[in-house]
Design a binder for this molecule. Structure first.
Ligand code: SF4
Ligand code: SF4
Length: 151
């Protein structure tokens, strides 16, 4: 399924937009609290946002993307292999709205940290919201999703 067709029903429904705008910040807030102890392991070198050099691949659900485009309507130029919201000096310019993968990834976490478990648990709550609202689900590579997302 194309990203746009999985996002349109959310963007076009005012009630759904409101519900997404309540659900996502609460989910992100909880997630950020869970990873707070890991923040000190990050040197803020920004390498993980440069996909070509880090080899990382960021994926997003349509719910993350819908919440993102509701709040960040400006479309920057998509540069292959690098997140367009990365600023060399400031780092991430969309921190408040960044997807789950950006929040859970740490390149040198303590051994007790399971990124996979946290990521999957968070994803299952996204899926539950989508199911409860009888929406279609899509999971897309970040840059592809951004380029296809309706604004
Ligand atoms: S998680 Fe690692 S690669 Fe990413 S900004 Fe922090 S130190 Fe750099
Ligand atoms: S949204 Fe922010 S944290 Fe995520 S890859 Fe882009 S610049 Fe990095």
């Amino acid at each position: 399924m194309l990203t746009s067709s999985a996002i349109h029903p959310i963007l076009e429904n005012a009630e759904l937009r409101t519900q997404v705008s309540q659900f996502m910040p609460s989910l992100y807030h909880e997630l950020d609290r869970s990873v707070q102890p890991m923040q000190q392991t990050c040197r803020n070198c920004k390498k993980c946002c440069d996909f070509a050099s880090s080899g990382l691949n960021l994926f997003v659900t349509n719910l993350e993307l819908a919440y993102f485009v509701i709040n960040v309507p400006a479309v920057p130029k998509i540069i292959t292999g690098r997140c367009p919201y990365l600023d060399e000096n400031q780092g991430c310019t969309v921190r408040e709205f960044r997807p789950i993968g950006c929040r859970t990834y740490f390149c040198a976490p303590p051994k007790e940290y399971s990124e996979q478990t946290l990521y999957e648990n968070t994803l299952s709550r996204i899926k539950q919201f989508i199911e409860n609202h009888r929406l279609a689900y899509s999971y897309t590579e970040w840059l592809k999703g951004l380029s296809e997302a309706p604004r």
